[in-house]
Design a protein around this ligand. Structure first.
Ligand code: ATP
Ligand code: MG
Length: 393
């Protein structure tokens, strides 16, 4: 079996966007499979066929395909001719000495011009396999389902389906800039938007050299991992420690957290505009910490003219942690670090910072200068996957 048959969700792509959607999915599959011996990737009548070359390992290809968004399910498949006995012969050869107590054949006609109906196709091919193997046919709960898909000039067969990553193909949504801390939430927020077809770039604020490089290392690992789902990412690292020190010297403790956040958003917005990103993404959740009351979120968001997307806004911590575990980011997020925000965070930040008071407090700071300086000093790195270790260069 030298093929992978990839199925995408039909419902999500009715209408005129469909060819474009499929084209991007084909492109993304090609680039996700880079370095693996692939003869071709092509769209055939409502599915995508990946033909593996002689040296390709299916297991390796499977791990790549699993991470490509826009796929409902996929299967390791063989293909043969329409001729039933030749087709059944090939299926039997690939089944080898596999034994099951019951089976069924499930056929689909991609090309409706084929003269037999699907149940007839199932009976023809199923009959030959039953005779050869002596297996019982069970249409309700078979131990093995042999899937057939008839295309105009050939038929695919496969014995199971792997779930795909779902969502929409990368590139069908716009570009976004995600504020990525080393915590649990923001990587999940980024993943959720990536899954909607958006290409997510990242901005991280760190306090090196005042604090260790730990948060930078964590964010490198997080972006390396997340890049497996979109194949290319960009990360801006912004030195934030000195700005925080300026805030500490000029602003009463209760407003500091809100003002740090407002500075972060202003800086992220400028970087996002350079990247032509259409919106910002954060891992904010209503009520999670003092800075995330609705009042504070409003006072913080007020600085940004770019839309702020908060995909986790109504989730519980447990739900977010479960998702982080499934994506693979949780163990990285759990590595202890010295977050730039813990260092200069007062014991009792205001939970309802009023905008007038915050604006008054900010008068003591050269905001524009601080923002421009941080943006100019930001360093940018590109990440690609698959590639050596993930990070470029
Ligand atoms: P996380 O969402 O990563 O778990 P957190 O739980 O510590 O962070 P907050 O500190 O309240 O939450 O931050 C709220 C949001 O602000 C984060 O989800 C993230 O989008 C952004 N943010 C916070 N700190 C940073 C940082 N150092 N760099 C970039 N973005 C940050
Ligand atoms: Mg959080």
């Amino acid at each position: 079996m030298r093929s992978i048959v990839v199925h995408y969700k039909e419902l999500a792509l009715k209408g005129r966007n469909r060819p474009w959607f499929v084209q991007l999915l084909v492109r993304n599959l090609r680039s996700a499979l880079k370095g693996i011996d692939v003869a071709h990737v092509r769209s055939v009548m409502g599915r995508i066929e990946v033909d593996l070359g002689p040296t390709a390992s299916y297991d390796e290809a499977r791990e790549r395909v699993r991470r490509v968004f826009g796929i409902a399910n996929f299967s390791h498949a063989g293909h043969g001719p329409h001729d039933f006995s030749a087709l059944a012969g090939q299926i039997l050869a690939d089944l080898g000495n596999r034994q099951v107590s019951s089976f069924r054949v499930s056929a689909r006609r991609a090309d409706k011009r084929i003269p037999l109906t699907s149940p007839q196709l199932e009976r023809e091919v199923g009959g030959l396999i039953k005779v050869a193997k002596g297996w019982r046919v069970d249409l309700e709960e078979p131990e093995l389902t042999i899937h057939l898909e008839f295309l105009p000039d050939q038929a695919f067969y496969f014995f199971g389906k792997d779930p795909g990553a779902g969502g929409l193909p990368t590139g069908t949504g716009g570009r976004l800039a995600c504020l990525l801390s080393g915590g649990i939430d923001s990587p999940v927020a980024a993943y959720r938007m990536m899954r909607r077809g958006c290409s997510v770039y990242f901005v991280h604020f760190h306090s090196y050299p005042i604090l260790s490089r730990a948060s930078i290392e964590k964010v490198h690992e997080l972006v390396t991992l997340l890049t497996q789902y979109q194949q290319h990412s960009r990360l801006a690292l912004v030195a934030f420690g000195e700005l925080q020190q300026q805030v500490v010297l000029a602003v009463p403790p209760e407003f500091r957290v809100v003002i740090y956040r407002r500075l972060m958003l202003r800086i992220a917005e400028q970087i996002a505009r350079r990247w032509r990103a259409k919106a910002l993404v954060t891992g904010e959740v209503v009520g999670q910490v003092a800075s995330q009351t609705l009042e504070n979120m409003t006072t913080i968001a007020e600085v940004s003219r770019l839309q702020i997307l908060r995909p986790l806004v109504g989730m519980d911590k447990d739900e977010i942690s479960d998702e982080a575990q499934a994506i693979g980011t949780l163990p990285i997020s759990n590595i202890p670090d010295q977050d730039c925000c813990t260092l200069f965070t007062p014991r009792n930040p205001a939970t309802r910072a009023r905008l007038v008071d915050v604006l008054e407090a900010e008068k003591a700071l050269p905001i524009d200068e601080m923002v421009a300086g941080a943006v100019a000093a930001a360093t940018v790195e590109d990440f690609t996957w698959p590639g050596k270790g993930g990070r470029d260069g």
